[in-house]
Write a protein that binds this ligand. Sequence first.
Ligand SMILES: [Fe+2]
Length: 193
Amino acid sequence: MSASTAAGGVRDIGALLALFERPAAQRIYTESVTQAEHALQCAALAEASDAGDALIAAALLHDVGHLLTVEETEMATPPGTDRHHEAVGAAYLGRWFDNEVTRPVALHVAAKRYLCGTDARYGATLSPASVHSLQLQGGPMSRQQCDAFRSARGWVSAVELRRWDDEAKCPGAATPDFERYRPLLVGLLSRRR
Ligand SMILES: [Fe+2]
């Protein structure tokens, strides 16, 4: 990576992290925590599970599509519309990060549908907001859909991410701040270029 490209990447990471300071990130996420708190809790759970840097980044950034879509489309789409935040987020992150980051992000909604289709106990653990969004997202996968999901690259990481995602809704949980992840994110830029 050239020095100018590296400097541009560092600026981009700054802009990316600044998304979490926007009003949308400070709103209460589902019923208990803000988007920023949710992102940090999810990353902390990934770290505690000894996930690699790419999966920690995916955990931190998996819902960035919500931040990108909520302000632009909230007024343009009726309540209860699925804005496909996972695809929006993965496409956005693909400017800087490789598939090890973007695939789990792109698949984390499908992973919820997969888990609902394969683990009867899993569905009972979902928050009310997740149950509601599940219906908008297509409901539990059929057996055929589950088989197809398991053939997708990155599906195991997506399931891991999904489980942290579901746990990362604890009001008041202590976490590192976003600055902790800046070097990790900058380090991942070189894999993309
Ligand atoms: Fe999430």
